[in-house]
Design a protein around this ligand. Sequence first.
Ligand code: FAD
Ligand code: NAI
Length: 467
Amino acid sequence: MSGPYDLIVIGTGPGGYVCAIRASQLGMKVAVVERRNTHGGTCLNVGCIPSKALLHASEAFDEANRHFAVMGIEVSPKLDLAKMQAFKAEGIKGNVDGVGFLLKKNKIDHYHGTGKILAADKVSVTFINGETKTLEARHVVIATGSGVAQLPGVKIDETTIVSSTGALDLKAVPKKLLVIGAGVIGLELGSVWRRLGAEVTVVEYLDRILPGMDGDVAKSFQRILEKQGFVFRLGHKVTGAAQTGDGVSVTIEPAAGGAAESLGADVVLVAIGRTPYTDGLGLAEAGIALDAKRRIAVDSHFQTSVTGVYAIGDVIAGPMLAHKAEDEGMAVAEIIAGQAGHVNYDVIPGVIYTQPEVASVGKTEEDLKAVGIAYKSGKFPFSANGRAKVNRTTDGFVKVLADATTDRILGVHIIGPSAGELIAEAAVIMEFGGSAEDLARTCHAHPTLTEAVKEAALSVAKRAIHM
Ligand code: FAD
Ligand code: NAI
């Protein structure tokens, strides 16, 4: 038996490792248990970081192919996919090594093995060689993340029928890529392979892309992606996929019922969501309850149904985002230390790292209509922003939604260049309870893309200048 620790964290993804570091800063003796050989979880190993490396590299390739000439730069880019994959691998290594360094710096013990909860104060670790060890702690945080949601009739082999993990690691550009699910993964990874030359068809069950995103933004995004060559089969469900001699034959049917048809592809990407990862944790035996969606149920202090055992990140309710997991990690460490840790779920930005980027924070128009909140809307297109015009990145707009009575900003939705960076100021102003007037009266540097945010805020009161 090792310990006793003040805290054991199971899983060192963005939720777990941040929680461990914060707890150590607060003076706790901390251990982490991680079954991967590396730290950083889904996000650093097979999620955010590798996908952004390939999005960055494929965007550079696409820029060189399609946009350099207009600026008077003549090049003939040639793809070396193995080198691009090595670029991605180096980016992952730099990041996961960084987490290892931080854990060490904060004097956190780490055990590479599978963690199981034996009791509120006991965690067993099973190492790869089969040996086990029991650790003792006053508190346990479960941060085991999520896994790929499976589609009946479509068996993932990570070669021709892949999840995001396989799609990040393809050794050749598929001629035809069929993506199941027009969500974040489908559109980001579809973009990577489209830019590198694949024909991309996306089959989506609903009659729109990106459910949950502001409808206006989603419509505009779909049009832009179609211009880039994406083909969407909305309102269709996949009912099966079979290997053929030279690829995969996928059967689809209209979601509302109707005749089936077959689509051929070299590679099929299954991207229909992710499910909380709770396998083998011993939850039932320990009396830890799940909610109706099989996520670990927690109270407002992230405590599970067992006192002293907490859960954070993808394994509990809420958006499956790295920064949400990180903020919960910090909050739960502070709560355990007797402080007032807190996460404001009304202000969690979401970004899709495509070209153009899509970013949003707060309520969508659909959300506000559904709950009957009266709002004002201001919109400003990048085609009227000086910096976007000179850069020739004029697709998209900024939309600011403010309370009709108080003018408080309730949501900001951006599709356009650097949307993922621009959304940060919206999050800050919303965190401070700011109004559209506050944003409109804040001086923004010229010429920057941020002026589009200011103009959208001005437009809430119908006084945008450059429109
Ligand atoms: P995870 O990162 O999943 O970490 C959980 C860890 O727990 C894993 O390392 C796992 O090995 C370990 N574990 C599980 N069970 C046990 C056990 N019993 N014992 C020991 N260890 C265990 N989010 C963003 O915000 N931005 C992005 O750009 C983004 N891009 C993404 C791209 C892809 C392709 C994918 C798949 C996801 C992406 N996400 C992104 C989502 C993001 O990765 C997750 O929201 C985030 O990783 C959740 O963090 P977590 O700490 O809850 O869990
Ligand atoms: P998602 O929930 O974003 O999208 C899944 C899509 O698949 C939805 O549009 C859904 O309607 C559709 N769908 C579901 N079942 C279907 C079926 N049988 N046939 C056809 N379509 C079907 O899930 P995704 O893209 O797999 O991503 C998982 C999680 O990872 C998301 O929650 C996201 O937050 C996170 N992520 C975040 C990123 C970011 O922040 N940039 C990048 C990638 C992933």
